[in-house]
Design a protein around this ligand. Structure first.
Ligand code: MN
Length: 479
């Protein structure tokens, strides 16, 4: 399991007794977080930093441990920050500065100089905060008594984001075919996304996948069909069309496993050797945590995989979506978001139905897809665009709602949502910010998770929500 290292700062000025107490307190705090974050990450204590050498050794240990996704630091006493420079300059893992104390309350009756020298985070954490700022090291600060629920919650969120960054750093993305012809926003600098986010994005000929498809056996298709029948309602007589999709999923799973891929793209403009555009095959795969981007959108494919990883263990749904069409009734504007076929099954509010309908684009056989209505609740919509000299993450707060009326003739899965603070400002802000029509929607993650991810990956962030005003719109334009 992933782990966070807990590194506590002190110095040898206060004597052996003090350092022993620091180590004991640190152990108790590490154990506390280890229990609180169970099922997510382990928390392990490293030796107290008393000098530069220990700090360097701790940071190297964190770097070299593949299971370590991040580091928590806290200054129990004063810890002169020049001792931290060489270690921190080498640290390559996400960093949390926990600004806390071992004691919650001041012992007014008994407090003396010994107590004050032992418990001086207010002093030591400011010295430490300075050096992080001075060295321009991306980090998070969480302030408060460490046992308080809000502090534990923020540390847990850091663990999720750190785990997602570790996942991101090893993510391989396969693109079958290239970007949809002429489309701008789905393109991007693949060298830069590998440097910044770790995504190894590589092209494969569709023929590479077709070879896998042609090698799938009837028994493997039967196995996949049995799973489909278990999870979904078969709402078609065209079983052959569904079997074709089952074959694609079996092939994709093998390809993904052989190449160590965690996310992929396809494009309806390149389906040579395939009878249908993959529908259920991809919807079901996204349900297994595999990232996907249509029309060659490698950025949203990778981002969806990373955010699915971030949301692991939380309630709610996370997945790729496309902005499609609006209901512009004054005062109750809504958006209908969907795709040609590939809407993540995570968004299903009801048991998905397998249906076969014509696609009307791409000139292939009628593809089988899962159709369902979407989940409801507070959520976020996140996208990543390439601004030429930098990447930009745009995160909008949204409210996913029940569709106001049935849509019996719409043959694709869909979700609906309300923009914040309202339609006019929320969607104009998205347009000003250059937000894509592909995004990741999540009811499991919050704006603060995305903001942390942006800070730790040094990515520009624009947020849209109830705090966005008319006056903010030009701000996006001016950047
Ligand atoms: Mn699309």
């Amino acid at each position: 399991m992933s782990k966070l290292y807990f590194i506590v700062g002190s110095q040898d000025l206060y004597g052996e007794e003090c350092l022993k107490t620091v180590a004991d307190d640190a152990r108790q705090m590490a154990e506390f977080f280890d229990v609180k974050l169970k099922g997510n990450v382990h928390v392990e204590l490293l030796p107290t930093v008393e000098n530069s050498e220990i700090c360097i050794a701790n940071c190297r240990k964190a770097n070299n441990d593949d299971d370590c996704v991040g580091v928590i630091t806290w200054m129990h006493t004063f810890s002169p920050a020049k001792m931290w420079i060489k270690g921190l300059s080498q640290l390559r893992k996400p960093l949390l500065h926990l600004h806390t104390q071992f004691n919650e309350k001041l012992p007014y009756d008994s407090i003396d100089m010994d107590f004050m020298n032992l418990n001086q985070a207010a002093h030591g954490d400011r010295e430490y905060g300075f050096i992080l700022a001075r060295m321009n090291i991306p980090h998070e600060v969480v302030a408060g008594y460490y046992k308080h629920d809000d502090v534990v919650k923020k540390v847990a969120a850091f663990a999720d984001v750190a785990r997602a960054i570790a996942y991101s750093n090893q993510l391989k993305v396969a693109t079958f075919g290239n970007n949809m012809r002429e489309v701008a926003v789905t393109d991007g600098d693949r060298v830069e996304t590998q440097i910044r986010y770790g995504w190894e994005t590589n092209y494969y000929a569709l023929g590479d996948l077709v070879a896998y498809i042609n090698a799938v056996t009837d028994a493997e298709i039967d196995g996949m069909m049995a799973l489909y029948r278990e999870k979904y309602t078969m709402n078609t007589d065209n079983i052959e069309a569904v079997r074709e999709q089952a074959k694609y999923e079996a092939a994709l799973e093998k390809f993904i496993s052989d190449k160590g891929v965690g996310a992929f793209t396809d494009t309806f403009q390149d389906l040579h050797g395939m009878k249908q555009l993959p529908g259920i095959a991809i919807q079901d795969l996204m349900g297994k945590g595999i990232g996907f981007g249509p029309e060659g959108d490698y950025k949203i494919s990778a981002l969806s995989a990373v955010l699915m990883e971030m949301s692991k263990g939380r309630e709610g749904a996370t997945g790729f979506i496309e902005d499609y069409t609006y209901d512009l009734t004054a005062g109750s504007e809504l958006e209908l978001a969907s795709h040609m076929l590939e809407v993540p099954v995570a968004f299903a509010a009801n048991k998905p139905a397998i249906e076969v309908h014509p696609l009307g684009i791409g000139g292939k056989d009628d593809p089988a897809r899962l159709v369902f209505d979407g989940v409801t609740g507070d959520g976020i919509q996140v996208t990543l665009v390439d601004m030429g000299d930098r990447f930009r993450i745009i995160c909008a707060d949204i409210e996913l709602v029940k569709q106001p009326a049935p849509m019996p003739k719409l043959p694709v899965a869909r979700i609906m949502y309300r923009h914040k603070p309202d339609f006019a400002i929320g969607t104009a802000a998205w347009c000003y910010a250059g937000g894509a029509h592909h995004s990741v929607v999540s009811t499991a993650l919050t704006r603060s998770d995305i903001a942390m991810f942006a800070r730790l990956t040094k990515t520009e962030l624009i947020t849209i929500g109830d705090d966005t005003t008319e006056a903010d719109l030009q701000k996006f334009f001016m950047k």
